[in-house]
Design a protein around this ligand. Sequence first.
Ligand SMILES: [Zn+2]
Length: 247
Amino acid sequence: MQETLLIYKLLYKFPYRFLKRWSHEIVQYLVPSTKYAIKCPYPMAAEFIVVHNTANDASAMNEVSYMVRNNDKVSFHYAVDDREIVQGIPDDRNAWHAGDGENGPGNRKGLSVEICYSKSGGDRFKEAEKLAAKFIAYKLNEKDWGIDRVKKHQDFSGKYCPHRTLDMGWQRFLNMVQAELENLNEKKDGDKDKPSTWAQEAWDWAKSEGITDWTRPGDACTREEVITMIYRYHKRVVEDKSSQSAV
Ligand SMILES: [Zn+2]
């Protein structure tokens, strides 16, 4: 039973993260098309990303479900907290977030990202910022954009937003995005021989335990490779157990 639990944990934590990277954290809770006239009336080809802080202490899902539910002309594409990214407006529709009017570039050309928990700050805000930096880098990479495409709400209406991110340093946040972007671009350029920074600890562990053959950290796994890694881990657990009972 214990092995089953350990294998479950291994399956859940490692291959899941390795194979899916972080993308499993995106959840869609989209505004129904019946509310497009209020929330996102115009088609949009985004030209940049606009960063916000919620100035609230609600989770990403609560922010989005509240936005979708109410009938205010206020909307945003994504909310990010310390655990997940929730999308409320499709990428190809505009949203009302930048405070620069009906035809303002922020409202009509910007893909908006709200970072949660900025009211009280603390660890969960810092984690939300980290996940937002990863997500923004992913979007830049997807669209072949550079860091110059990352704007702040303040650039469009003068409002002091993203307030806590600005307090903590805007350039610091851009550097976080840049580091994630370089990581992704490396992968794009075909450098599969270096583990990603988020995977380094797990990779070193798997190497030291003989779970992998140490090669191709950036490659996808076949089913037989996944099973072989689980089997090696299983054998190690069984061996550990029998050596313990022999003592
Ligand atoms: Zn804002």
